[in-house]
Design a binder for this molecule. Sequence first.
Ligand SMILES: Nc1ncnc2c1ncn2[C@@H]1O[C@H](COP(=O)(O)OP(=O)(O)OP(=O)(O)O)[C@@H](O)[C@H]1O
Ligand SMILES: CC(C)(CO)[C@@H](O)C(=O)[O-]
Ligand code: BAL
Length: 314
Amino acid sequence: MAAAAPAGEPEVIRDKAAMRAWSRRQRAEGKTVVLVPTMGFLHEGHLSLVSAAAAVPGPVAVVVSIYVNPSQFAPTEDLATYPSDLAGDLRKLASTGAVHAVFNPPDLYHRGAAVSARRAAEAPSCLDAGGDGHETWIRVERLEKGLCGASRPVFFRGVATVVAKLFNVVEPDVAMFGKKDYQQWRLICRMVRDLDFAVEIVGSEIVREADGLAMSSRNVRLSPEEREKALSISRSLVNARTAALNNSNSASEHIKDQIVQTLTEAGGRVDYVETVEQESLVPVETIDRPVVICVAAWFGKVRLIDNIEIHIQS
Ligand SMILES: Nc1ncnc2c1ncn2[C@@H]1O[C@H](COP(=O)(O)OP(=O)(O)OP(=O)(O)O)[C@@H](O)[C@H]1O
Ligand SMILES: CC(C)(CO)[C@@H](O)C(=O)[O-]
Ligand code: BAL
């Protein structure tokens, strides 16, 4: 098996056609193109996806996309305050020695002829330029509904659509997603299956800070006090898994009550706590098969998500 060549400084590509041409050249040279989609402000969680990408067998060409996709944010959400640091991201990616290209498009959407540059940071609309803008959306109809989909109404429509666009532009053989965004990973797997995308999806394990907090770009917006309180998320999930493994057929409702109580006592505001089947994300009443407990909770103005898989054999 040939080892991948060291990557050196990644090439920064901003244009869709140039990105596609680059990928096609890599494939013509016999390389497996591996895409790591991100919204930037990179941390060790993202870099673990890069390591997993570099570890794909055979010669690989690793592309990291950095694009804050406006269409997955509702007008009330935090698009305007989403953190970014492109220079820092490029330094971090270069230091891995494993990234060959960074795809950083100014805008991925068709806005119509007469749209100003300001609009690149807004969700696209078919009303752009009098009806000449983007109007095609992918819906993964059932999987988009529960969990994060319940409180983020356009989120998964935006994610599925932008990921499909990234797949069409980059044409990767493999794409890496983090299990921190568990529903997102499962939904992308389903979209790829249903629409016959020729890409293998890999789900990569959650990377945590030493104290258990799941790494997330949004953690930077927590005050030190909020960050301390947010440790209740991972703590309650670990306790829930221990309880479920020690007691056969635990009731999901009971586990949920315990987690809600821990988060609330810590000062968090719970969005949801759900125990669901790992692939279908169907809620379960009893923990008697492989499940994942998913949590979203607010600490101050920051909404955090986390989850824990429990591998009970049915
Ligand atoms: N702690 C983590 N461990 C593993 N993968 C992660 C982690 N955090 C993010 N990822 C993955 O990195 C990819 C890009 O995610 P994104 O750029 O939105 O970062 P993020 O930290 O999840 O940001 P946010 O604060 O919006 O949740 C996604 O596939 C996501 O699941
Ligand atoms: C997959 C993704 C890059 C789509 O914008 C984003 O939702 C993310 O970073 O998880
Ligand atoms: N990692 C998910 C991106 C978002 O919350 O919009």
